[in-house]
Ligand binder design. Structure first.
Ligand code: NIG
Ligand code: FE
Length: 409
């Protein structure tokens, strides 16, 4: 790990001039707004009204937006699982592969056997890639250790990388990602281990903000998930959960009952689940990259969720098994094409509402005085060009904490 943060701390003034369109969600009006032919002042990593002197960047009339906030990722693993991708191409489903010993459990060996530094090298590489793709804040889950030592190691790696890398990492404890081999015959024993030992230790070390559970048939039941999330709350961790990804199991309802900040996936959410989420202000984090990567055609019901007044957030779900995608611009394209969302909706969902899903909307996810200067200077002129370019990456420069990233690479 190299120490880049000292460079950031010395950063002072930066003026972005000749911005063609400055586009951001405005929480006050509740709308996506564009300011044309404008400039932006930055001081000590934050957006200010006017800065004095410092570096000047000519944006050449291009689009400037907030950096993306990716609110659902699983980046702490050692190796990829390309062989499972090949198995799916040959006709196997995600469930069949998991039942044969693949899936989440097949990433455990790598994490358990890896030294902390070895794991950190992999995580840093992935964080470098997130930043290049315009993601300036990323939520990151543990969940491939599934014993106390390896779950703590995963969260400690995230903590250490967060100290040294420019990107902001928001850590989530996901010990309840799957039942590890030593507990296949004793699921409740593993739930007890999570509640009695893992959560208290994670909380004591202060290395997670959120607690997540994979609540799904074959994984954690609604009852087990509820127990874990209630325990998490008692220890100061905020609940969120993987809900109704493949089958409706009443997980969206549970999200509402435990006061989870978000219910994620929701490909199979029921009308009753939607109703309960709406009544309790649960944010829906939709992950169309997973649907796409698994070769499925039933995307989460974005329009129905929006019609019910639920805030939608878009995230990558980056992980070695079900979605090896790190690009928020590509997720935006998918959400437009496959879920029928408008460009303004997808943009707000990938920036402001995404920050809200991490309780960070006060100083990021939008461009306003006092917000962090986490920005993308694009190589395009307007918002619609983002999904239009699909897999090209028309990004000129990513600015994190007021510092142009490319200048440090
Ligand atoms: O969000 N659904 C649970 N967890 C991941 C998959 C993780 C894996 O297959 O390694 C997901 O899709
Ligand atoms: Fe996930």
């Amino acid at each position: 790990m190299n120490n880049r943060r000292s460079t950031i701390d010395n950063q002072q003034s930066l003026l972005l001039e000749n911005i063609g369109q400055l586009t951001t969600f405005n929480p006050e009006s509740g709308k996506v707004e564009t300011n044309s032919n404008t400039s932006l002042s930055i001081e000590n990593g934050f957006i200010v009204e006017r800065c004095s002197g410092g570096e000047v960047i000519d944006c050449g009339g291009s689009l400037v937006t907030p950096g993306f906030v990716d609110s659902h990722t699983h980046p702490v693993f050692l190796d990829g699982r390309e062989e499972e991708f090949a198995m799916r191409l040959a006709g196997a489903t995600y469930g069949e592969i998991a039942a044969k010993g693949g899936g989440i459990n097949s990433s455990i060996t790598g994490v358990r056997n890896a030294a902390k530094d070895e794991l950190a090298v992999r995580v840093i590489k992935r964080m470098d890639r997130f930043l290049k793709l315009g993601t300036t804040t990323v939520e990151a889950k543990s969940g491939y250790g599934l014993d106390i030592e390896s779950e703590l190691k995963s969260l400690q790696v995230l903590h250490e990388v967060n100290q040294k890398h420019e990107i902001d990492i928001v850590p989530t404890f996901l010990g309840a990602h799957a039942f590890p081999p030593e507990f296949v015959q004793d699921h409740n024993g593993y739930v007890d281990l999570i509640c009695n030992e893992m959560i208290p230790e994670v909380a004591k070390q202060g290395i997670a903000v959120f607690c997540d559970v994979f609540c799904e048939k074959g994984y954690f039941s609604v009852e087990q998930s509820g127990k874990i999330l209630e325990t998490a709350k008692e220890h100061g961790l905020t609940p969120r959960l993987h809900a109704d990804e493949f089958e409706d199991s009443g997980a969206a309802e549970l999200a509402a009952e435990v006061g989870a900040v978000s219910a994620d996936h929701l490909m199979a959410v029921s009308n009753a689940g939607i109703q309960k989420m709406a009544e309790n202000n649960v944010i829906a984090i939709l992950l169309p990259g997973t649907t796409f990567f698994l070769g499925k055609n039933t995307y989460a019901p974005a329009k129905k969720l929006l019609e019910n007044g639920i805030n939608i957030v878009l995230a990558t779900d980056f992980n070695p098994g079900s979605c090896h995608i790190q690009s928020m611009p590509f997720i935006i394209s998918l959400a437009c094409i496959k879920m029928g969302m408008t460009i303004k909706q997808v943009f707000a969902s990938a920036t402001y509402y995404a920050a809200k899903a991490l309780n960070l909307e006060k100083d990021r996810g939008s461009i306003a005085i006092g917000c962090k200067a986490d920005l993308i200077v694009w190589d395009i002129e307007k918002l619609m060009d983002i999904p239009y370019h699909v897999t090209d990456l028309p990004i000129k420069m990513v600015i994190k904490n007021g510092k142009p990233i490319d200048s440090m690479r």
